[in-house]
Design a protein around this ligand. Structure first.
Ligand code: ADP
Ligand code: MG
Length: 335
């Protein structure tokens, strides 16, 4: 079903993305792939569907704060692969025990699992793809550990391909750190796949197909209105499609989407929120943002503080060139 809030996990269910799948398929065997795209654009769907044709592990790193979280996510990733690839997949991997379809990590008799060791063992006999999704949210020391592992694997494990993916594109690039001489991945070559929103015609087709599948006859207007409000961001199109099928009215659908976006923007600092509000109300340059922020707060904002807030919003993929990347975020910021 197209209108399903979970990421798609098979190529048959995936709408479009042939071009992106081909780049990914052609890059298996290279050491590193970076997949970037804003939230809800379909990165996880693309990656899980990509893995359908390969021996591989998908690890979702969202909300990983502690080592225990990391082990849980690694175990979940391995359990998922076990379901797909069967028990043989893990049969002689030290430190990993399969119990039915669940996986327990027990690394060499100690309770510490090394990511690079795990990757090395899994790739020892067959080419294996490791997808780490939403990596930019990791904090030290786990972020350093993953980066060191990726760099070790890059140099020493020829049978593996590592895919790093994330929604906050600037932070993802910082995480990879190929431009940073201090990063263990400095100067490494990688393949980049940008996951973009669908163009208008494909977005219309996406909604039309979804409504048809759901057995819901809707007018052309409803399809057009959806694309107008949510652009070509498939996660929002699914949200819209499901709500229309459930019979909710337009204002209510938009209202709940905006509330979701508002909640996601809660993590911004007060200064960043002021900047976002200024841009939502039409500021289109640094000077205009500064004027608007100073007017609304009645205080003088240091230049460097403002520049820092703008840069951070760009790194978080909230804005680019003083424009919102997601129309729903823009509405949320306008309130
Ligand atoms: P991301 O990982 O970029 O945040 P997801 O892959 O989780 O995005 O997708 C968000 C929502 O949109 C999910 O409901 C997913 O099923 C749907 N979706 C995204 N891309 C596609 C696609 N190419 N075909 C079908 N559904 C998609
Ligand atoms: Mg995702």
């Amino acid at each position: 079903m197209l209108f399903d809030p979970r990421p798609k996990a098979s190529r048959g269910e995936l709408f479009d993305r042939e071009k992106e799948l081909k780049i990914l398929d052609d890059s298996v065997g290279k050491p590193l792939i970076v997949v970037a795209g804003i939230r809800r654009v379909g990165k996880s769907s693309l990656l899980m569907s990509f893995l359908e044709n390969w021996r591989g592990v998908y690890v979702d790193l969202r909300d990983v704060r502690t080592r225990a979280d990391l082990y849980r996510k690694l175990s979940e990733g391995l359990s998922g692969s076990l379901r797909r690839l069967g028990e043989g997949f893990l049969s002689h991997i030290r430190g990993v025990r399969a119990m039915g379809l669940e996986v327990e990590l027990k690394w060499k008799g100690t309770d510490s699992v090394s990511i690079s060791g795990l990757v090395e063992e899994l790739s020892a006999e067959e080419r294996t793809v490791f997808v780490f999704d939403e990596v930019q949210g990791l904090r030290p020391p786990l972020s350093l550990e993953l980066r060191n592992a990726v760099s070790y694997v890059y140099d020493n494990v020829p049978n593996s391909t590592v895919v790093l993916s994330g929604s906050e594109i600037g932070l993802l690039k910082d995480f990879v750190g190929v431009d940073n001489p201090e990063s263990p991945l400095f100067g490494r070559y990688y393949t980049e796949v940008r996951v973009e929103r669908f163009p208008r015609s494909l977005s219309m087709e996406f909604l039309e197909r979804g409504f048809k599948e759901a057995g819901s006859g809707v007018s052309e207007d409803v399809v057009e209105r959806g694309v107008e409000l949510f652009d070509g961001i498939p996660g929002w199109l699914v949200y819209y499609g499901m709500a229309v099928v459930e019979g909710r009215d337009m204002d209510e659908i938009l209202e709940s989407a905006v509330s979701l976006a508002e909640a996601e923007m809660e993590k911004l600092s007060d200064r960043e929120k002021q900047v976002v509000k200024a841009i939502a109300r039409g500021a289109r340059s640094w000077a205009e943002v500064r004027r608007a922020v100073e007017e609304s707060s009645g205080a003088v904002i240091p230049k460097s503080a403002l520049t820092r807030a703008v840069r951070r919003l760009e790194k978080l993929s909230v804005i680019q060139g003083y424009q919102f990347l997601d129309p729903v975020y823009e509405r949320a910021a306008r309130r």
